[in-house]
Design a protein around this ligand. Structure first.
Ligand code: ATP
Ligand code: MG
Ligand code: MG
Ligand code: MG
Length: 564
């Protein structure tokens, strides 16, 4: 492609709210254009990058044997009523009515749709397993859309759903998906970690996340430098303390009308797991040796959070702020949080957050819970809590754990029969008995990856795309395109690179000065430039490496071979 033919309106202006490099550069480099909160249009360069990432994901998914399908972006609300998620998904699920007053939603994910697709079509174990995937638009009405493509409301996701006759076969596919995902991120040139993820309250099925390592990541992950162990802090914190935490809960001491044992609580929370519920337990010790268990619940709506709190007899806390949660070693979110200690309740209220008191209440009542005077705990701060620290040895090879930040770029999950049971989707097993399908689901944030690549690969001048993600690998810059001889050499090199299968763009703009062209090269972040300029008289051009900004003079006839 030629710059002169392309729509690449780069700008010096970054959006005022853009704190992340990827957000700034995606807008300044003319990759995307924002049209609303968390809603972006892709301009030509952005579309090329998005398609490159999509192609890698598609190739690897096809290689794994999964079938590509496409679900409607709009799904009937009745699907969601059937699965129970219309009530539990909360406000992220955008509902609307058509002219006939029928209810619909914009798909935030497609478990219901896929179950409806296979239901009564796959009727025998002989037709299993099957894995269906799509790369399609999603809409989640995120409470806080931010960071550009990182947390959009409308975004592109690859979502896959597999169906199995047995748990063992589900585990086999889950492992295959893990390998497939590793291939995807490796091909994209990303430094990533596969980490254990929280899979709802107290375990059950497995769940793994794929984190692109970047300081700007919203998630804290714990990694071992000596082995491959990694875990989202939610899971990592819970793991070593799980047994202790469960013992500390002492359920018999609190009223638990629905759940008498931890297993029942587990079951209760699991029933609402995945999108609707996430819970983490974490034992924390105050300096005065008082032990508490923080029980973090991220429900998709208040009702779910309240249900979980009631199940374990804990107080629900609303609107804990991110910083507080993070200090407590919990993943921040727009969620409720409950403190579940043996004899005190931890209450956090945004109103009183300024003094950073761990124990503070919205009203007098909250200071007395189940006969315990909480005022004695006033003044304790999150800093007084002992959390799992960097340097702790744990559960893996004995290496010293390190905290690092990650961007959740993918998530794979063993769903079990939650959706197939709710939607009554069954097959006949080898004994002719009707069974609910075992299901797995697997997501990759395709548009989030566009931002993640930049978060991991940029400098103060702009993006530095990896080979597989670059909109063009080489930018052939004609310093002064009004000079026929320069343009001619530029075009020749451009054609030669293309003939060798290298994605190349020719900066042949007559109305742009050399400095401006170099600025665009650096901002957009093509991996290489070949500059045709002053050295042309000596039969030389300049090769520029975007990452190192190193410049090398090469003979014109050797320029192309340098990049092959
Ligand atoms: P997050 O914790 O960041 O909200 P999630 O756990 O809700 O993500 P999943 O339901 O696991 O997301 O969806 C699969 C993938 O879709 C995620 O791993 C992420 O890469 C991507 N994704 C989720 N929400 C968004 C969003 N709002 N914008 C862009 N990508 C997203
Ligand atoms: Mg989310
Ligand atoms: Mg997540
Ligand atoms: Mg996730």
């Amino acid at each position: 492609m030629k710059f002169s033919n392309m729509f690449i309106p780069t700008t010096k202006e970054a959006p005022k709210d853009a704190t992340l490099a990827s957000h700034q550069y995606l807008v300044r480099g003319a990759f995307v254009s924002q049209t609303g909160a968390g809603i972006y249009d892709f301009m030509p360069l952005g579309k090329i990058v998005l398609e490159k990432i999509r192609a890698v994901v598609k190739e690897e998914m096809d290689k794994s044997g999964a079938n590509e399908v496409q679900f409607g972006f709009v799904t009937p609300l009745s699907y969601w009523d059937e699965s129970g998620r219309s009530a539990t998904m909360g406000n992220e699920l955008l509902k609307f009515k058509d002219r006939k007053n029928a209810d619909y939603v914009l798909s935030p994910t497609n478990e219901e749709a896929v179950v409806n697709m296979i239901k009564n079509r796959i009727t025998s174990y002989k037709d299993l397993p099957v894995n269906l995937y799509q790369i399609n638009t999603k809409f989640r009405d995120e409470a806080r859309p931010r960071f550009g493509l990182m947390r959009g409301r409308e975004f592109l996701m690859k979502d896959a759903y597999s169906f199995h006759a047995s748990k063992e076969d589900l585990v086999r596919e889950f492992n295959l998906m893990e390998e497939t995902y590793k291939n995807v991120y490796n091909r994209l040139g990303l430094d990533f970690r596969v980490v254990e993820a929280d899979s709802g309250a107290i375990g059950g099925s497995g769940s793994k996340e794929f984190h692109v390592l970047a300081n700007s990541g919203e998630d804290t992950i714990v990694v071992c430098p000596s082995c491959e162990y990694g875990a989202n802090i939610e899971a990592a914190v819970r793991k070593p303390n799980k047994k202790e935490a469960l013992e500390t809960i002492a359920l018999e001491k609190v009223e638990t009308p629905n759940c008498k044992t931890i297993e029942e609580v587990s079951e209760f929370l699991n029933a609402d797991s995945y999108y609707s519920m996430k819970a983490v337990m974490k034992k924390a010790v105050y300096e005065d040796k008082t032990e508490v268990v923080l029980f973090f619940v991220r429900g998709t709506d208040e009702l779910e959070e309240t249900k979980a709190c009631n199940a374990v007899g804990a107080l629900e806390l609303e609107d804990a702020n991110d910083e507080d949660l993070e200090k407590a070693g919990l993943v921040a979110g727009y969620c409720g949080i409950v403190g579940l200690p043996e004899n005190i309740q931890v209450i956090i209220d945004n109103e009183l957050k300024e003094d950073n008191n761990l124990v503070c209440g919205a009203n007098e009542e909250n200071y007395h819970y189940k006969g315990v005077d909480l005022t004695s705990m006033e003044g304790l701060t999150f800093d007084d809590l002992v959390t799992v620290q960097e340097g702790d040895t744990c559960s893996c090879c004995g290496g010293r754990l390190e905290y690092t930040k990650g961007i959740e770029a993918g998530h794979i999950f063993q769903l079990g029969s939650k959706y197939s049971e709710a939607l009554d989707a069954k097959f006949l097993d080898a004994n002719g008995k009707a069974q609910a399908f075992e299901m797995g689901c697997y997501g990759i944030g395709v548009s989030r990856l566009v931002a993640a690549v930049i978060e991991q690969n940029h400098d103060e001048k702009g993006c530095i795309w990896t080979k597989e993600t670059a909109p063009f690998l080489v930018d052939v810059i004609v310093s002064n395109a009004k000079k026929e001889e320069e343009l001619e050499v530029g075009e020749k090199i451009y054609e030669e690179l293309k003939a060798n299968g290298i994605d190349t763009i020719l900066d042949d703009r007559k109305n742009a000065r050399f400095g401006f062209k170099m600025g665009d090269f650096e901002l957009i972040g093509f991996p290489y430039a070949i500059v045709i300029g002053k050295k042309l008289k000596e039969g030389k051009v300049e090769l520029v490496n975007r990452k190192t900004l190193e410049k090398t003079e090469v003979e014109i006839e050797n320029a192309v071979s340098q990049l092959l």
